[in-house]
Design a protein around this ligand. Structure first.
Ligand code: HSE
Length: 434
């Protein structure tokens, strides 16, 4: 059979990895797809020194690739929103299938892109957009299709997890760990996307859509980064039997969908609490299967290429099938997407870790307890670190039971106004992952 012709747009970390994996594993890939997959054109601003390109035509204009009548599948690996959106929409318009690793593009413009792809009968595959080499889209969309998914939670930014691990295990500085993640090619072009949680929110938005059958709603995701995390909270959490991880949490509740990214205390005996370095892990809880865990490299040249190439094989297998018999882009049939609301953070409900700098004198603890109990906030445990007393103030650490964020906000305002309390109250959300 004639080879399928692929055009790769972007030859950076993931593009270079994709080219190399396609070349190295050509035989295995052909055995799987029943057709050879040939890179017929590449668009790149410069040649990746890790690729040996001998006879593939190269252009610096991505639109040459999307308008090339020879190309069957466009692989979009340029990143960003604006040019990538135009490129993908033009490719679809031209009747080409698309494979992309671009989570920002899918999270923000996915609804538009999938609608157009469905009109034109082409496939847009995006496995590499979430958790690098972990086939989490396929697992949720196909492997768990018999379940009503209750929640999805994960460590879905390798750079953030790398930084947190270095800070926790080696006591390294935030900025040194970030620089190393950048040098290793894990970080986004704009690393604030990693450390402010935006990258994780893009990925969580995609996971929530395919888990619950809702349109992509990145603008509704609550996002908090790791830049304000203090090392003493990492230590106190450990003393309480928890690790702090930067998690994406998507949860189905009676009121709507929770969609939030933030630092989170999780019990240290959970497998996911021991996912370190650049590794990613996603837990999915379904009503039939219970909790499942998917672990692997969330970033990196060939790990991400693994997902891009798997998508290429999938597209080659499915491109001759009737569009209506393919796996829907967002797991559920487009006409069956649900419009259940995504909740604001104030309506989300979770347990909390609170650190209060309090005066070490009689009555302060009673005042703190009164403020919480008046708002129906149940205290699970209290720890006071007397040894760390500074200027007559000691850190008082509390773990609470579940409460809405709105109630906790109100309690924190009251706590901060107490005479015996100094400065801001530190709040970190807690998930038991049961
Ligand atoms: N910057 C991302 C990360 C790359 O660190 O996880 C993979 O999406």
């Amino acid at each position: 059979m004639k080879p399928v012709k692929v055009g790769i747009c972007g030859l950076g970390t993931v593009g270079g990895g994709t080219f190399n994996v396609l070349k190295r594993n050509a035989q295995e890939i052909t055995r799987r797809a029943e057709r050879a997959i040939e890179v017929a054109q590449i668009a790149a601003r410069s040649i990746n020194p890790q690729c040996v390109i001998t006879d593939t035509p190269i252009t610096d204009d991505v639109f040459e690739v999307v308008n090339n009548p020879e190309i069957d599948i466009v692989v979009e690996l340029i990143g960003g929103y604006t040019l990538a959106r135009e490129l993908v929409l033009t490719a679809i318009e031209n009747g080409k299938h698309v494979v992309t690793a671009n989570k920002a593009l899918i999270a923000v413009y996915g609804n538009e892109i999938f609608t157009k792809a469905e009109q034109k009968g082409v496939i847009v595959a995006f496995e590499a957009s979430v958790a690098g080499g972990i086939p989490i889209i396929k697992a949720i969309r196909e492997g768990l299709a018999g379940n009503r998914i209750n929640w999805v939670t994960g460590i879905i930014n390798g750079t953030g997890n790398f930084i947190l691990t270095e800070m926790t295990d080696k006591g390294r500085e935030f900025s040194a760990a970030l620089q190393e993640a950048q040098a290793l090619g894990y970080a986004e072009a704009d690393p604030s996307f990693d450390v402010e949680g935006i990258d994780a929110a893009h990925k969580l938005t995609i996971l929530a859509s395919i888990a619950f059958g809702i349109p992509l709603q990145f603008d509704k995701a609550y996002t908090e980064g790791i830049t304000n995390l203090a090392s003493e909270d990492i230590r106190y959490a450990e003393a309480l039997g928890y690790r702090i991880k930067h998690l994406g949490v998507a949860k189905r509740t009676a009121k709507g969908i929770e969609l939030r990214v933030h630092s989170t205390l999780i019990p240290s005996d959970k497998l996911i609490a021991n996912v370190n370095g650049v590794m990613n892990a996603v837990m999915v809880n379904g009503d039939a299967v219970g909790s499942t865990l998917y672990y692997g490299a969330g970033a990196g040249m060939e790990a991400t290429a693994s997902a891009v190439v798997a998508d290429l094989v999938d597209v080659v297998r499915a491109m001759t099938s009737d569009p209506e018999n393919r796996v829907p882009h967002l797991a559920f049939q487009p006409s069956a997407l649900s419009h259940v609301p995504v909740l604001s953070i104030e309506d989300c409900e979770t347990a909390y870790y609170l650190r209060i700098q309090a005066e070490d004198s009689p009555g302060v603890l009673a005042q703190v307890a009164t403020i919480l109990s008046k708002r129906g906030i149940n205290i699970e445990s209290i720890m006071q670190k007397e040894l760390e007393e500074m200027n007559g103030k000691v850190p008082m650490i509390l773990l609470t039971h579940n409460v809405t964020e709105a109630k906790m906000n109100d309690a924190i305002i009251a706590l901060e106004s107490l005479e015996g309390v100094e400065g801001k109250v530190t709040r970190i959300r807690v998930e038991q992952l049961n």
